[in-house]
Design a protein around this ligand. Structure first.
Ligand SMILES: *[C@@H]1O[C@H](CO)[C@@H](O)[C@H](O)[C@H]1NC(C)=O
Ligand SMILES: *[C@@H]1O[C@H](CO)[C@@H](O)[C@H](O)[C@H]1NC(C)=O
Ligand SMILES: *[C@@H]1O[C@H](CO)[C@@H](O)[C@H](O)[C@H]1NC(C)=O
Ligand SMILES: *[C@@H]1O[C@H](CO)[C@@H](O)[C@H](O)[C@H]1NC(C)=O
Length: 330
């Protein structure tokens, strides 16, 4: 008797328990559902009022693409690389990175120890790349590749086109091609070859029977613009006039994240050795002659052809007019 009584008590208690569990589930369900609908309506209201969930003036939203500079010699590429890495985060270039830009620029002209970091003074580095030439503002491609490009928003390469492959195989990239007025650019290269690196002995000769060879003599890296970059799934090519470079720097300000510590540094003149235009034969020729030279340049170098085809189209970056920059900056 006693045992059947206690069995009833157990069954009663179990029933009470079961009810409590069902009740809890129902309440929980209702709470969840009302919470969900509240969240949904808040999201709708946000969308209506167009209020961002995160305050963008506090955080930073990376652009959907990364940017790259095809650093063709004598197109202000060093200035651009240097200035962007001084001002913005995650710029990676052989002429300087954002992360050590302060040490780079502060000690650059003082030849202090920070200028050439320990890595470049290592005997192994000296053996690999020769002494003294490499530093924070002249980073060997092997070091760039070892660091990797995973954290770069902007990459500047003074290298052959195949070096872009490891980047565009992984991420979409918008590559910027610096297109100067072609004959000024050619003269700038000739001057560099003759008076700075002293690789050639003679000036560009307007009377030479073979102008293709005269152009080749001065070529400092026109091959950095290569057909392998055309029609690549992940590569968007854009052109811009880099003279004066400030217009391009102002344009990139829309896409790159400002750094907490920005160094003000002096701009360098584009050519390491100034050249004297009146001593350059091309400027004493007829316009027809110069147009013919430009034609030869286009036919023999993709870089000049690409620039010609791109400038003035929707693929040219919309930089501010030259006059606007001149009045804003000195
Ligand atoms: C609440 O219960 C209903 C049915 O009664 C069910 O369709 C719904 O998925 C439940 N919600 C949650 C959040 O479990
Ligand atoms: C975002 O942050 C800025 C700076 O702190 C502030 O002035 C602004 O009111 C904020 N905007 C919103 C929508 O919270
Ligand atoms: C383009 O980039 C995507 C990743 O964004 C990658 O999966 C794809 O293989 C790349 N395509 C080419 C042709 O490199
Ligand atoms: C440029 O060259 C011309 C001719 O050789 C010379 O008369 C002139 O003084 C030079 N100008 C400069 C700024 O060196």
């Amino acid at each position: 008797m006693g045992s059947s009584r206690s069995q009833k008590v157990v069954i009663f208690l179990l029933a009470v328990n079961l009810l409590a569990v069902v009740y809890a589930i129902v309440v929980y369900n209702k709470t969840l559902e009302s919470g969900m609908s509240r969240a949904a309506s808040t999201a709708e209201k946000r969308e209506e009022a167009n209020v961002p969930v995160h305050n963008v003036s506090i955080g930073w939203t990376r652009p959907n693409t990364i940017y790259g500079l095809i650093h063709v010699a004598k197109t202000a590429g060093t200035e651009i690389n240097k200035m962007l890495s001084n001002k913005y985060e995650r710029v990676c270039g052989n002429k300087g990175y954002s992360y050590d830009a302060v040490r780079r620029e502060k000690n650059r002209y003082a030849h202090a120890a920070d200028w050439v970091d320990i890595m470049f003074r290592h005997p192994k580095a000296q053996a690999l790349w020769g002494g003294g030439v490499w530093n924070r503002a002249r980073v060997p491609i092997e070091i760039m590749e070892e660091r990797g490009f995973e954290d770069c928003d902007y990459i500047a390469h003074e290298e052959s086109a195949d070096k872009w492959e490891q980047i565009y195989k992984q991420w979409p990239i918008e590559l910027h091609v610096p297109c100067r007025e072609p004959i000024s650019h050619l003269m700038s290269m000739c001057n560099f070859q003759k008076n700075w690196v002293k690789i050639i002995k003679d000036d560009f000769n307007c009377n030479a029977p073979d102008l293709i060879r005269e152009i080749q003599k001065c070529d400092v890296g026109l091959w950095r613009m290569h057909k392998q970059l055309l029609n690549q799934q992940n590569v968007t090519l854009k052109c811009f006039d880099p003279m004066p470079p400030q217009r391009y720097l102002d344009y990139m300000d829309k896409f790159l994240q400002p750094k907490r510590v920005q160094l003000k540094v002096k701009d360098r003149v584009i050519n390491s050795v100034a050249h004297n235009k009146s001593e350059e034969c091309v400027w004493h020729q007829t316009e027809k002659w110069r147009n013919n030279l430009i034609q030869i340049m286009r036919e023999n170098h993709l870089f000049y052809k690409f620039c010609h085809d791109c400038l003035g189209t929707s693929d040219e970056l919309p930089l501010a007019p030259v006059a606007a920059v001149n009045s804003n900056t000195k």
